[in-house]
Design a protein around this ligand. Structure first.
Ligand code: NDP
Length: 340
């Protein structure tokens, strides 16, 4: 057993608008040996996720706000380096919420840590396709959107962690899939993942142009919209929705850094006439699907039906950059930070 040193990131101040490097501060902590019931873990991967932006506001939400000066939290994978817990041994792989740091010692439940059996997947996948974003895609498209074979599905943020998984699940379920993403490289990826049509939304800066592109891709309209972006994408999806279409409102990243209230979809009145079902959801409400999700996902990955892309930044020092990169589209697939 040994004492470790851990570099960790805290919020220096609450970001206004787009977060900046200066909103984060690094500190160094000494990580002691575990006491009774505790484990010591060295993280090998940490996740940055768009929802973390919401926790940087001081406001009530489904998760409490981050506190200034306290080490940030988020998904992480690591190995147990010392254990004073009967269920954990040195070398065990754990997934936890103790991200934004290199190492930690605590009771597993304090860090929402769980031991992971060997899955045959790379450890990093536990933070992406086989982790929280994967379950978000799975629950969102299958349960919330109530996907049916033959549906015409529109997915925004289609080259990202959640969106790229949604595209592939919808293809596995024999749907027609239209994905939108920013830039030619990302659109090529979405096409490679099996999407029937791809919209480079950066080529359609006006709402009218985006609607035109969606109408061209789905001449008969869409049955399902999986929303990662909000804003003009949501408005375009309402415009192109077939009667009784279902919307899974997963996220609205285009609004996360807004400094003023954002106007709602101007065409929301169509919800009535088209009898649309627009449902928001939070992945943690759907953890009952986890066993089936893992079984299906492992099978799809093994059979080659599910591919996953990762964008990897190296070293704890890069974590704020990795996080900021989510808002300027720096990632293809899951954005991750590889640690030590
Ligand atoms: P991504 O891997 O998709 O990364 C974010 C991507 O969003 C960027 O790469 C960028 O892609 C796109 N983006 C950023 N800013 C904008 C903008 N202004 N307009 C349009 N696109 C933008 O992230 P995740 O897959 O982890 O998350 C996707 C969505 O799902 C987010 O909204 C997130 O909050 C939500 N989410 C919700 C959960 C829930 O429980 N409801 C759980 C997990 C995620 P591009 O270059 O293509 O623009």
């Amino acid at each position: 057993m040994a004492t470790l040193t851990s570099k960790e990131w805290a919020l220096a101040k609450r970001p206004v608008g787009m977060p900046q490097q200066a909103d984060f501060s690094m500190k160094e902590e000494s990580i002691g040996e575990p006491k009774d019931g505790e484990i010591q873990v060295k993280n090998s991967w940490m996740s940055v996720d768009p929802y973390m932006r919401g926790r940087m506001y001081d406001r009530e939400s489904y998760v409490p706000p981050f506190q200034i000066g306290e080490t940030l939290t988020g998904g992480a994978v690591g190995k147990v380096t010392a254990s004073a817990h009967p269920d954990y041994s040195e070398g065990d792989l754990v997934v936890s919420m103790a991200g934004w740091r290199e190492a930690w010692t605590a009771k597993p439940e304090e860090m929402m840590a769980n031991k992971v059996p060997q899955t045959g997947l790379p450890d990093s996948a536990l933070l992406g396709v086989a982790g929280m974003p994967g379950l978000t895609a799975y629950a969102g498209i299958l349960r919330v959107a109530d996907l049916k074979e033959g549906d015409v599905v529109f997915v925004s943020g289609a080259a990202g962690a959640v969106g790229s998984t949604v595209v592939q699940i919808a293809k596995i379920k024999n749907c027609t899939v239209i994905g939108s993403a920013g830039g030619a490289e990302k659109c090529n990826l979405v096409k490679e993942l099996g999407a029937d049509e791809v919209i480079d939304y950066k080529q359609h800066e006006s709402y009218e142009s985006l609607v035109g592109a969606l109408k061209a891709a789905a001449p008969k309209g869409i049955d399902v919209y999986f929303d990662n972006v909000g804003g003009d994408h949501l408005e375009a999806a309402i415009e192109c929705a077939r009667p009784m279409a279902r919307f899974a409102e997963c996220g609205m990243i285009s609004q996360y850094n807004a400094t003023e209230p954002v106007p709602g979809p101007r065409n929301i009145i169509q919800v009535v006439g088209k009898q649309l079902r627009i449902q928001g959801f939070i992945v943690s409400t759907h953890t009952d699907m986890q066993p089936q999700f893992l079984q299906d996902m492992a099978g799809w990955i093994q059979s080659g039906k599910m591919k996953f892309e990762e964008t990897v930044m190296e070293g704890i020092e890069t974590a704020p950059d990795a996080f900021l990169g989510l808002f300027s589209g720096k990632n293809k697939g899951k954005m991750l930070v590889k640690l030590g």
